[in-house]
Design a protein around this ligand. Sequence first.
Ligand code: ADP
Length: 164
Amino acid sequence: MKTAIYPGSFDPITLGHLNVIRRASGIFDRVVVCIMKNAGKQTAMFTREERMEMARRVVARFPNVQVTTYDGLIAAYADTFPEGAVIVKGLRANTDFENEFQMALINKKINPELDTMFLTASEKYTFLSSSVVKELAGYGADLREFLPYEIIPDVEARARERRV
Ligand code: ADP
């Protein structure tokens, strides 16, 4: 069984994330979306539990995708799969490349068995990040082009709460 681990903060899960998940689910037998603590990200909109619940709602349409969380290093998490796993990441632009390349090399250093595979972002979503969505939501923008429909009410509600 070929497993892909897709780690990130998913605060919240966007159509860009979903595009990577959909494509990975066609390549691998199983995709595990692993929702990490937002290390260094002070601007969290949702708790980890909320992010997981929203992601679960969105990926319910894919039978071979599951959502989980892990507190330690991804390189250690990958070791918990007896048949091995690879990390999948989406690459949007140069800035992603620098960070992701460094992270992939560090993971390989910690766990030499562990490979990272990159899926290029769909052109349609190259500009899209969770931070952009949070900013737009703050201004009451229409989020339908950016977010899976299942979670739009959650993001709108949280943005409203933050405005008052
Ligand atoms: P963000 O950068 O949106 O806060 P995460 O930390 O949750 O997202 O990112 C998890 C992974 O998803 C990273 O590999 C990131 O490059 C990828 N990703 C995020 N947005 C997109 C997108 N629009 N298209 C492709 N990949 C993406």
